[in-house]
Design a protein around this ligand. Structure first.
Ligand code: ADP
Ligand code: MG
Length: 219
C-alpha cells in the first residue's frame, strides 16, 4: 500500500498560481476523492502526484520516500485519464500490455497480468478489438485495465466517468468501488460531481481555486 504525503505544493503557470501551497496526507488503502469545480486545479494536482508535471515548490513523498524529482515511470502508480488515452491502432490486449512491454516484463508475466485484469473488468471477450470498435463504457474499462496491469499500489483517476451516459456512470461507479475493495490499494479519484464523491469516497477533499478548503468523511 502507499501512503502519500504532500507538503506545501505550488504549481504556477506564469502569474497564475494553480496549486497554492497544497498540503495533504493520503492514507494507505483509502479512497480519497478530490472534489471541486472545473479549473480549480484537480488535474494539476493529480499530474503532480504522478510526476507528469513540474512543480515550483513543495514536496511529495510516497511511504516516506521523496518522489518530488522522480520520473513518472519510477513512481509505481496507475493512472486513468478522462480521455482514456488509448492507442487507437492497437488492440485492447496490446493497449493493456504496452506499459509492461516497455518495462521489459517477460511474456508469460504480461499474459498472466492482462488476463487477470481483463477478468476483473469483464473485458476478456474484447481483447482482440481496437478502441474504435468499443462503446464508451468498454473503453473506460480498458483504460482502467491498462492501469491495473501495472499492479501498482496507488491509482489516480481523473474524472474517468464524465464521458459516460448516466446509466453506465452508475454502473461503473459500483465497479470502481468494488475494485477498490478487492484490490485493497490506495485510490485518488478526481471529480466535479458531488454524488459521485459521496458514493465513492472514504474521504473527500474539497478544492477551490488552488487550495483544499475542507476535508472529511462523506458524513
Ligand atoms: P481542473 O482539473 O480542476 O478542472 P486544472 O488543474 O486542469 O483544473 O487547471 C487548473 C488551472 O490551471 C486552470 O485555471 C487552467 O486554466 C490552468 N492551466 C492548466 N494547464 C495549463 C497550462 N498548460 N497552461 C496554462 N494554464 C493552465
Ligand atoms: Mg481536470
Amino acid at each position: 500500500m502507499t501512503k502519500v504525503h504532500i507538503d506545501n505544493l505550488v504549481r504556477r503557470y506564469g502569474a497564475l498560481t494553480v496549486l497554492d501551497r497544497i498540503s495533504l496526507d493520503i492514507e494507505d488503502g483509502e479512497f480519497i476523492v478530490l472534489l471541486g469545480p472545473s479549473g480549480c486545479g484537480k488535474s494539476t494536482l493529480l499530474s503532480a502526484i504522478a510526476g507528469l508535471d513540474d512543480v515550483q515548490g513543495g514536496r511529495i513523498s510516497f511511504d516516506g520516500r521523496d518522489v518530488t524529482k522522480l520520473e513518472p515511470s519510477r513512481r509505481e502508480i496507475g493512472m486513468v485519464f478522462q480521455s482514456y488515452a488509448l492507442y487507437p491502432t492497437m488492440t485492447v490486449r496490446t493497449n493493456m500490455a504496452f506499459a509492461l512491454k516497455v518495462a521489459h516484463a517477460d511474456k508469460a508475466e504480461i499474459k498472466e497480468r492482462v488476463t487477470w485484469a481483463a477478468n476483473l473488468l469483464q473485458i476478456g471477450h474484447l481483447l482482440d478489438r481496437k478502441p474504435g470498435e468499443l462503446s464508451g463504457g468498454q473503453r473506460q474499462r480498458v483504460a482502467i485495465g491498462r492501469a491495473l496491469v501495472r499492479r501498482a499500489k496507488l491509482f489516480l483517476f481523473d474524472e474517468p466517468l464524465s464521458n459516460l451516459d448516466a446509466k453506465r456512470r452508475t454502473e461503473m461507479r459500483k465497479e470502481i468501488k468494488s475494485l477498490h475493495e478487492r484490490l485493497g490499494v490506495t485510490f485518488v479519484f478526481v471529480t466535479h460531481d458531488q454524488i459521485e464523491a459521496m458514493t465513492l469516497a472514504t474521504r473527500i477533499a474539497v478544492m477551490n481555486a488552488g487550495v483544499i478548503q475542507q476535508i472529511g468523511t462523506p458524513d
